[in-house]
Design a protein around this ligand. Structure first.
Ligand code: ME8
Length: 501
């Protein structure tokens, strides 16, 4: 039976356009989703937009339109950006949708029924950039360190509070006794947050743009209680059958929002009597000149610009190879051009072009028969194992590196076997067959393993190997047999960037 695998990304604030920092998260989650689908899991991949809260209301006002017009326009733009990047989500939820409000009301009802809501005064700071309550200690020079250009607000309002502190022990157990927080390097940070836990305000008095607090038309539901619930409301919660999807297997989020995902969210679910998600993956930041790429701090690159120069596949590969999936990494156009030239055009592009053209030249375009016994076949087998082990622990950058190691070994194999010399003497026909068949297999393995990273070009490379079938399961790539296939030359898969548009 297939495993169910429910993966989500953070839902993005509808207060501006997506940039390449957001893209890192979505490309990573998409690559995991594609990988799991190919392993035979029944994957459900959820993304969406976070459309409520003061920050959105302010940006709509600045644009001179109503909040709903604003968020509807932006939701369209974000979806278009994800399409440009070939992101294969199955569902896209907007927190302004009725199906979402139903879930939020049910969460509030259950939390209240459990005795975890009470009224009190919140007197303290609030960062509109984070949409979060802040203590004096959180500030640096009187500003939120993540939004230094925004004025911090002082609030004094009568709000509803969630008894978060009642969940300290259960949260501790969740974090220490399971893989809930990954990568493991983030665990201590979360444990410290749990140690310092205080009850949190979950309503905003007088805020017009947001889901109404039950029976209080002047009060909005705090935007994080609203937003976090998207993962659950998208399953149809509380309607019967929502457990077909829930609990989520993996929430992919940035390290800046682990407090919300690893502390607030599981506690709210515990209070509501709903199973907690199986895990949260906190990725790092994409930086530019060392600083976080951020909508509010300016200096960003949009998605159309990102894919225009090198194409979606090269960009996808670049970000996952350059930014370790468990920490930060820097973006620069020079590095992108460098990797596109050296790894994609020179290493992989060359391997593909010369393998296919030699099969044409020496064997009429048909992959010859030869047992899989060369040193390259051995390396290809080991690569499949290495790749699976790395993908399973979500070391995406290491998995991609393993495949490129195979590419480079395959190029050395071409040099050492020198098929152009073998072809001169018919006595070497067997050896030439062996070389070409082995190279074709290696290319098949490479295109299969890299398919989740570069679905477009790897799909084309796979097809150029003359196989009408879809890519077999990853494990079976290790014993791939392409004998008798007629390969096609097709277009140059990886043009050198300076020749590209
Ligand atoms: O936090 N590098 O929305 P958001 C990597 N609406 N990731 C980045 C990034 C960068 N430079 N900049 C942003 C929110 N991100 C909430 C989430 S979920 C219930 C609600 C990531 O638009 C960021 O870490 O500020 C987050 O995971 C996602 O983009 C959305 O950020």
């Amino acid at each position: 039976m297939n495993n169910r695998f429910f993966i989500t990304t953070a839902i993005d604030y509808a207060n501006g356009l997506p940039h390449i920092g957001h893209a890192l998260e979505k490309i990573g989650a998409d690559t995991i989703a594609r990988y799991r689908r190919h392993r035979g899991d029944s994957v459900h991949f959820l993304m969406g937009m976070d459309e409520h809260g003061l920050k959105i209301a302010q940006s709509a006002a600045a644009a001179g339109v109503s909040p709903i017009e604003w968020t509807t326009r932006l939701a369209g733009e974000w979806r278009a950006a994800w399409q440009l990047l070939d992101i294969s989500y199955d569902d896209f939820i907007r927190t302004t949708e009725p199906r979402h409000a139903v879930g939020v009301y049910e969460m509030i009802r259950r939390i209240r029924e459990n005795g975890d809501l009470y009224q009190a005064t919140y007197a303290g700071f609030y960062c509109v950039g984070c949409e979060a309550y802040k203590s004096e200690d959180d500030l640096v020079d009187g500003h939120c360190p993540e939004h230094p250009s925004r004025e911090i607000q002082w609030l004094e309002e009568e709000n509803w509070f969630f008894r978060l502190s009642a969940y300290r022990d259960r949260l501790r157990a969740l974090v220490t006794e399971s893989d809930f927080v990954r990568p493991e390097s983030r665990r201590n940070e979360v444990l410290r947050m749990i140690d310092e836990i205080k009850d949190i305000s979950v309503s905003r008095a007088g805020l017009k743009w947001g889901i109404r607090w039950p029976d209080e038309p002047e009060t909005a539901v705090y935007v994080w209680l609203d937003a976090l619930t998207n993962y659950l409301s998208a399953t149809g919660f509380p309607a019967e059958g929502y457990e077909r999807l829930w609990p989520a297997d993996l929430h992919v989020v940035g390290k800046d929002i682990i407090r919300f995902h690893c502390v607030y969210w599981p506690a709210m679910l515990m209070s509501a009597g709903v199973e907690t998600p199986r895990g949260v993956w906190a990725h790092g930041w994409m930086t530019m000149s060392g600083g976080k790429i951020s909508k509010s701090e300016g200096g960003t690159i949009g998605i159309p610009a990102a894919v225009e120069r090198h194409g979606a596949d090269a960009f996808r590969y670049f970000v996952l190879r350059e930014v370790p999936w468990d920490s930060d990494g820097n973006f620069s156009w020079d590095r992108l051009a460098e990797r596109d030239t050296s790894e994609l055009a020179n290493d992989l592009g060359n391997l593909a072009n010369r393998t296919l053209s030699m099969i044409h030249r020496y064997r009429g375009g048909v992959v010859p028969e030869a047992p899989a016994t060369t040193e390259l076949d051995q390396i290809a087998k080991e690569t499949v194992e290495k790749y699976l082990e790395r993908m399973d622990r979500l070391a995406l950058h290491e998995a991609a590196a393993a495949v490129f190691e195979l590419v480079s070994r395959a190029n050395s194999f071409v040099e050492s076997r020198a098929p152009w010399k073998l072809a001169r003497d018919p006595a070497n026909a067997g050896s030439l067959d062996e070389t070409l068949a082995s190279l074709a297999r290696a290319l098949g393995v490479v295109s299969g393993l890299l398919h989740p990273f570069m679905p477009g070009r790897m799909g084309e490379l796979w097809t150029s190997l003359g196989t009408s079938e879809t890519i077999p399961p990853f494990e079976d790539l290790a014993s791939l047999d392409l004998t008798g296939r007629t390969v096609s030359m097709g277009a140059v898969l990886f043009p050198r960037p300076e020749l590209a548009k």
